[in-house]
Design a protein around this ligand. Structure first.
Ligand SMILES: [Zn+2]
Ligand SMILES: [Zn+2]
Ligand SMILES: [Zn+2]
Length: 141
């Protein structure tokens, strides 16, 4: 097993990640809310699941704390509402598989935050039928 470099002292470390549509977006390489991740993220709803409240069918988000599927702030804001009511802050987009933290108010860099990788891998597999091409993790960059 490869030893994983643990850089837990990263505070507000930000790296630029190339976003598919919107150009350069900032994604954080650390997040202090990973303890709220569900303990079972291997069994998650299908990426084409509708919003559990309004049945909106596309571009929904998955709550990584309770695995609820809810629509985006551009539709009926059910995920935002869920966050405000429950405090669940880590969500994954079924449309582009990006991970957003409401508490950090930032996208998270899945390539650099290992606890997010298993669920990312599962969603990627469900959506595209193959595992994601993870970059090799290196701490010297
Ligand atoms: Zn966070
Ligand atoms: Zn909805
Ligand atoms: Zn939740």
């Amino acid at each position: 097993m490869a030893d994983k470099a643990s850089s837990s002292c990263a505070t507000g470390e930000v790296e630029e990640v190339y976003g598919a549509e919107s150009g350069w977006v900032e994604a954080r390489n650390s997040c202090g809310h990973l303890q709220s991740l569900s303990s079972d993220l291997h069994h998650i709803p299908s990426p084409d699941s509708p919003c559990t409240r309004c049945q909106h069918s596309a571009e929904n988000w998955l709550c990584l704390s309770c695995k609820d599927v809810l629509c985006s702030r551009f539709i009926n804001k059910h995920m935002l509402d869920h966050h405000q009511k429950t405090g669940h802050c880590l969500v994954l987009s079924f449309s582009d598989l990006s991970v957003w933290c409401f508490a950090c108010e930032a996208y998270l860099n899945v390539q650099k935050i290992q606890p997010l990788q298993p669920v990312y891998e599962v969603v990627h597999l469900l959506k595209f039928g193959e595992r994601p091409p993870f970059l090799p993790i290196n701490s010297s960059e």
